[in-house]
Design a protein around this ligand. Sequence first.
Ligand code: UD1
Length: 417
Amino acid sequence: MKIYQITGGFPLGGKIRVQGSKNAALPMMAAAALQEETVTLQNCPRISDVFCMERLLRALGAKTEWEEDTLRISCGSIGSDLAGSGESGKLRSSILFLGSLLGRNGYAKVGLPGGCTIGRRPTDFHEMALEALGAGITRTEQTITAYAGKLSGNHIRFPKVSVGATENAVLAAVCAEGTTTLCGCAREPEVQWLCRLLRRMGASIEGEDSGCILIQGKKKLHGTVFRVPPDRIAAGTWLLAGAATRSVLELDGVLPEEMNAVLKVYRKMGGQYRVTGDKLFTDSTRVTDGVSYVETAGYPGFPTDLQSPLLAAAATLNGKTLVRETVFEDRFAAVRQLMRMGAKAEICGSVIGMEKSQLRGTRVTACDLRGGAALVIAALAAGGSTEVEQVQYIERGYERLPKQLEQLGARICVTEE
Ligand code: UD1
């Protein structure tokens, strides 16, 4: 078992190149299965969720090849059955193959998707959208199967905003016959980037920034070369790590316009920043105060993925920070671990209150990806030494985290037990 051992209480400093986006890369990998040529993804993060998605592509018969951070996916002839691979249950995005394989082969079978345990995470909106496009869906305790002689465009309204269900519906609709309108869609940048990639593959899509997406189905899509955008959640994690440790950091290769909600919170804490091109210069030396109230929400609101990292930073700030989690019903495991480090936190329904705390090193367990990142942030700010176990959750989404932290001067060593 791999453990991160972090000695905290020191500011970080220097610059960091922000990785490519996990949540953009995963649906793009599912999209590659829609065509018979090669989709080349540059700036693709080398993280375990991407490797898992790559294994799923290979299980279908696709050929994949890495050259540094470029991933080439060739899908000359591929199958439709992922249920036997044993990989579907390891991540949530495996369900996106339902949409793309239906579009490609008219049939798809996946094992029930996994992902971090942060709430119920049902798949009803995914299934509803695919059914509306003409697919029949059957479920067993282990699998979801979708089949369609032919997919036909339809008007679909999502009852609640879902990133994954929006992506799945788009993936199925781009090769359906006729026009599809999708309303009540997620407007997350990752949905928008998927649509941009699909357009480069020959799809006809409009309106993805508006919540209502219009798609004209195409018979065939083709290969392309595309650059995965920077990871706004990883960038936000670095920003909050800087805030918690009162550091001066340069984040390179970011899209600050996708980070407005977290930058607003950072400013309220007393953080200062300036943007030059794709560089974000952050100065947390005057960070002092907690933010009275933050609510997580779909984009452009404050991302649920940064809820735990924000609470870790809040434990170092004056006053009380209140955060209401509105997206997932059980995303509080990290708070319980932070309390073990001395965090003065209170969970009341969906609201977490965090007061300034004397964080101290101890042994803690990462229970999910972003919660794990929050523990690392707390460890960097805490007095003494913290051991973070179950780091495989963290490595699902953060590329070379210990190396990057070391580069910023953090005292971290990776041990095996
Ligand atoms: C994606 C992101 C994840 C992020 C989340 C919300 C990826 C790989 N993951 O997850 O990092 O935290 O968006 O921004 O991109 N829901 C249903 N039925 C469904 C689907 C969703 O009830 O069929 C509910 C979920 O339980 C949740 C809410 O809708 O309460 C939003 O979930 P969703 O946007 O679908 O999250 P994911 O796509 O799984």
